[in-house]
Design a protein around this ligand. Structure first.
Ligand code: NDP
Length: 472
């Protein structure tokens, strides 16, 4: 064990209860990862009270000080990066390598540093003979952050970094599936941050529900399923909370006839299979024109065959298990429905059952009906349906036909043509010749039932600020 990992182990011991709590298991092996404390609704109330008391002092610090403290928090993550990545791998299941655990911890650092560098200046709206009006961005107060299990550390940073940057304090409720990753991350961040500006409260849905109703919480940042998002919107109504909702996606990718199948295959693969398909803005249905269909299918099979799946801590793996049994069952149900409909399995679709880990093999399904459940429902796992089209207008109509509209992509060798098709897609983001590529400088959010509100960049800072106009 390296010195760095030994330091991390001390820190990890601190986040686990001395006794009691709930045992958390590695989804790849079924082995114990550690024990998570279980907070009650009363614990949540106490945490909000502490965060509320700390907020004025935090907001009173200079903008430069808060920026500097976010950089110090990023330094702390770098110090413990390997320990955090190994814990994340064990609890979430994602491998250390590939676009997975080490990548996620690296992204936490990158997003913290980028957010530390953004500054939301007051905007002079009017300054003439008629008078002067200036828009200021004030803190909201206490921000509640509720996160999922797929990218638990990175999404926590997306929620907490802009909130802290703008002078809010944060109470964060991790997913019940991945509490230890978030608790450890918060413990690391709190080695750099002042006391009580960031508090993690591990508990189940009722703790999230209380956070969404709490009169002293000004805003909820939520990432998770659309169903839970609806509950939170209702719960937040009584206190008119501000909301940022990053909900489910069922992203379409459209390949155009002028694309080069060999050249795009690996990017298509990772667009779909990043984090073993458990990503809100992953490519979840691929539309391919008839003349290129067989070539694209074959090129994807060649890539898929060479991507090892297995236990996260084994260095060669780049794909892992599903994080939990419920998600495994969703993927299995949808792939079975596709097979039963007569769709053609290119690779995968034969999972080993009754094993310790929730592994589902990398699956590509061709010749599938555009209305098949595997196409129109979010699979959130390693199974991609590839739909043939003969008419581009029809493909665009299919792409735009769902209530989810988070991301989408167009694949082409002709940038102008790709942009023209992109402009006809309904989504928060449409990528060209890539999918799911996010950047802390570029705002990200959903359309339709994939949610509302923007994260990242200056737009992300505005979401966690109260606009205040002074007019004279
Ligand atoms: P959920 O939406 O159920 O959970 C997300 C978070 O909300 C968790 O922290 C959960 O806590 C919390 N929560 C649950 N109920 C409430 C409530 N009533 N009020 C406030 N907070 C609540 O997602 P799941 O993890 O169950 O995943 C289900 C589906 O969601 C997946 O199949 C996938 O389709 C989608 N999903 C989408 C993600 C995305 O990035 N857009 C991420 C993860 C999932 P707890 O876990 O303790 O119940």
């Amino acid at each position: 064990m390296s010195a760095q990992t030994a330091d991390f182990q001390d820190l990890f011991r601190r986040v686990q209860p001395a006794e009691g709590g709930r045992e958390v298991f590695d989804p790849a092996t079924g082995e114990s990862v550690g024990r998570a404390p279980e907070a009650s609704v009363e614990d949540l109330d106490a945490a909000v009270a502490r965060a509320k008391a700390a907020q004025p002092g935090w907001a009173a610090r200079s903008d430069q000080q808060r920026s500097q403290l976010l950089h110090s928090a990023a330094d702390a993550i770098e110090t413990h990066a390997e320990g955090l990545a190994r814990l994340l791998s064990q609890e979430q299941g994602k491998p250390l390598n590939g676009p997975n655990a080490r990548f996620e911890v690296g992204a936490c650092v990158a997003w913290l540093r980028a957010t530390a560098e953004f500054t939301l200046e007051p905007e002079v709206l009017v300054d003439d003979d008629s008078g002067k009006a200036v828009l200021h961005w004030r803190p909201l107060g206490v921000v509640g952050a509720i996160g999922p299990w797929n990218w638990p550390m990175m999404i926590s940073i997306w929620q907490l970094a802009p909130s802290l940057r703008q002078g809010n304090t944060v109470v964060i409720k991790p997913s019940g599936y991945t509490p230890l990753s978030v608790l450890a991350l918060v413990e690391v961040l709190n080695t750099a941050l002042p006391q009580e500006v960031l508090i993690a409260v591990p508990g189940r849905g009722e703790v999230g529900d209380r956070l969404s109703r709490h009169p002293d919480v000004a805003k909820i940042m939520f990432t998770g399923s659309t169903a839970t998002g609806r509950s939170i919107i209702k719960a937040a109504a009584d206190t008119v909370k501000r909301l940022t909702m990053e909900l489910g996606g069922n992203d379409a990718g459209i390949v155009l006839e002028d694309a080069d199948p060999e050249a795009i295959a690996e990017d298509l693969f990772w667009g779909a299979f990043i984090n073993t398909g458990q990503t809100c803005a992953a490519l979840k249905r691929l539309y391919v024109p008839e003349p290129l269909y067989d070539q694209v299918c074959q090129a994807l099979v060649e890539v898929a065959k060479n991507m090892p799946m297995g236990v996260g801590l084994e260095e060669q793996n780049v794909l892992g298990p599903l994080q939990n049994k419920a998600q495994w069952e969703i993927v299995d149900r949808l792939v079975t429905a596709a097979k039963d409909s007569g769709a053609r399995v290119l690779i995968g679709a034969e999972p080993e059952r009754n094993t310790a880990g929730y592994f589902y093999p990398t699956t590509l399904i061709a010749d599938i009906d555009p209305q098949n459940p595997l196409v129109v429902e979010e699979q959130f796992g390693p199974a991609l349906p590839i739909i043939k089209y003969t008419d581009l207008d029809q493909a665009i109509e299919w792409a735009n036909s769902l209530t989810e509209a988070l991301g989408s992509s167009v694949w082409s060798s002709n940038p102008d043509r790709a942009e023209e098709v992109a402009s006809r897609l309904v989504a928060g983001t449409t990528w060209i010749n890539k999918h799911g590529a996010i950047d802390p400088r570029v705002p990200f959010g959903g359309a339709r039932e994939s949610g509302f509100g923007l994260e990242f960049g200056l737009e992300g800072l505005k979401e966690v600020s109260q606009p205040h106009i002074i007019s004279q």
